[in-house]
Design a protein around this ligand. Structure first.
Ligand SMILES: [Zn+2]
Length: 467
């Protein structure tokens, strides 16, 4: 009896081992097939890639595309036509209302009273959402602060002044996005905080680690019940100049002139196209970027790159006749920069009408060389995605780490969608970000193209295998 039991046990073990071997070899076969597919995607991207040409069109034929502007409307039409041209399926627009802020023709600032430099022009630009100054501008003495705490400590000196927020992005941080995150509250809420202590305007050091004469715009917001005061970004070179001048001890007054205005909300749209899944068409893996940009430069890195990569990823799969089990959808979101209306509207629409989005992957860190994928989820999910990192090893994009997804896809998180972001080499991103330097020529074709291939590979395997 004992022997028989042992014998049965051995047989059962042998059967289990055999099954494991069969499963293992199936997995190996799958791995080989996926590796071949990944190779084919990379070859197609490098040999016949269209992302760079799409970005050229978007940069030069459409141009900068601030929400609500005629160029943003042209960008929506460009996105729709480009998706159709490249064979995407179910191409459609999803309408959203967006804010409509205009910079206006006048934005200038000058030191007007210095005994050291006399009158001296400063390079500035209005922050997105700022009100205008009176026609002749606001003229007031400048008070420099590094932090909100310092502003509150100096509250008694702030009335009637222009508050100069001059805390640099911390270049000692390893991650440039962390450096940005550590400085950007000056831009977003500087004006409101300054107004609370009686200031008449805010000047904010540009959010960049570059030292140059180019101001970087970006969103700012007012607070209900707090006076609205004009707010502008100043170039890093002029921020240093102004700070040095203040250190000499004599009062420094600046005249600031802005002609920006906010118009009524405007109808606009997200642009959607897909490859319908062969077995589970009602489960979606989303690829996206945002179609709107600031009005300086071309918005080539931010985020023309993410848009063309999302379309190109689907084109690559189409070109290779790869139809995944689940649907892969490209979405060009409208209004990330100053309202996130596209991302919010999209998530609301999906919540009401479906289909279920299992994964959303955004590219919004610039069109630089891909390094991997950040996954905004538990380690267990990160490990499941990391299972596929070998497919991206050969192009150096195999880092799968816990990290942010993206602003436009973040409203999908409460529905259980796992969000991910294309991780890129981003040391230079903030040199260009939100400035006149964010032009087509700053994007490298190979880097942009390999980013699209990375998105195609990871989307394809997740659309087939799930999470
Ligand atoms: Zn962006």
């Amino acid at each position: 009896m004992k022997t028989l039991k042992n014998h049965k046990f051995v047989l059962a073990m042998q059967a289990m081992m055999l099954m494991a071997m069969v499963q293992g070899s199936v997995a190996q076969e799958d791995d080989k097939a996926y590796l071949q597919t990944a190779n084919a995607i990379i070859d197609e991207a490098l040999q016949r890639g269209k992302a760079y040409e799409m970005l050229r069109e978007l940069s030069f034929e459409v141009g900068p595309r601030l929400s609500g502007s005629p160029q943003a409307a042209a960008a929506v039409e460009w996105g729709r036509e480009t998706m159709i041209e490249h064979g995407l399926e179910n191409v459609h627009l999803q309408e959203v209302m967006v804010p409509h802020w205009e910079r206006g023709p006048i934005e200038r600032a000058a030191v007007v009273n210095s005994s050291f430099v006399g009158t001296h022009e400063l390079t500035v630009c209005a922050l997105g959402g700022s009100i205008a100054t009176p026609t002749l501008g606001v003229t007031a003495e400048v008070l420099e602060v590094q932090t909100m705490d310092e502003l509150h400590q100096k509250a008694s000196e702030a009335a009637g002044k222009i508050i100069f927020f001059n805390r640099p992005m911390d270049a000692t941080k390893r991650n440039t996005f962390a450096a940005y995150g550590g400085a950007v509250n000056q831009r977003g809420s500087g004006a409101a905080e300054a107004a609370k202590v009686g200031a008449v305007a805010a000047l904010v050091r540009s959010m960049t680690t570059a030292l140059d004469d180019v101001p970087h715009t970006g969103g700012m917001h007012y607070e209900e019940g707090v006076p609205k005061i004009p707010s502008a970004a100043i170039s890093t070179l002029d921020a240093n100049f102004l700070s040095d001048l203040l250190k000499k001890g004599a009062p420094v007054s600046v005249n600031l002139q802005l002609s920006s205005r906010t118009l009524p909300d405007t109808p606009s749209a997200n642009v959607v196209g897909e490859i319908t899944g062969s077995e589970l068409p009602d489960e979606v893996v989303l690829l996206g970027g945002h179609l709107d940009s600031w009005d300086k430069g071309h918005g080539a890195h931010d985020d023309g790159s993410g848009c063309v990569q999302s379309i190109e990823a689907l084109r690559l799969l189409k070109a290779l006749n790869l139809r995944p089990r689940r649907t892969i959808r490209a979405v060009l979101f409208m209004n990330e920069e100053n309202g996130l209306r596209g991302g919010k509207g999209y998530a609301e629409h999906v919540e009401k009408n479906g289909p279920k989005h299992i994964v959303a992957i955004e590219s919004d860190r610039g069109g630089f060389a891909p390094r991997g994928i950040t996954v905004q989820a538990e380690n267990q999910i990160v490990a499941k995605v990391a299972r596929w990192s070998y497919l991206l090893e050969q192009i150096g994009a195999d880092r799968i780490e816990r990290g942010g997804g993206g602003a436009d896809i973040s409203p999908l998180v409460p529905q259980g969608t796992v969000t991910m972001g294309l991780m890129v080499e981003s040391h230079r991103y903030f040199d260009y970000h939100h400035s006149a330097n964010d032009t087509f020529d700053k994007v490298n074709e190979r880097e942009l193209t390999l980013g699209a291939a990375t998105m195609a590979i990871i989307a394809y395997v997740l659309a087939n295998e799930g999470l």
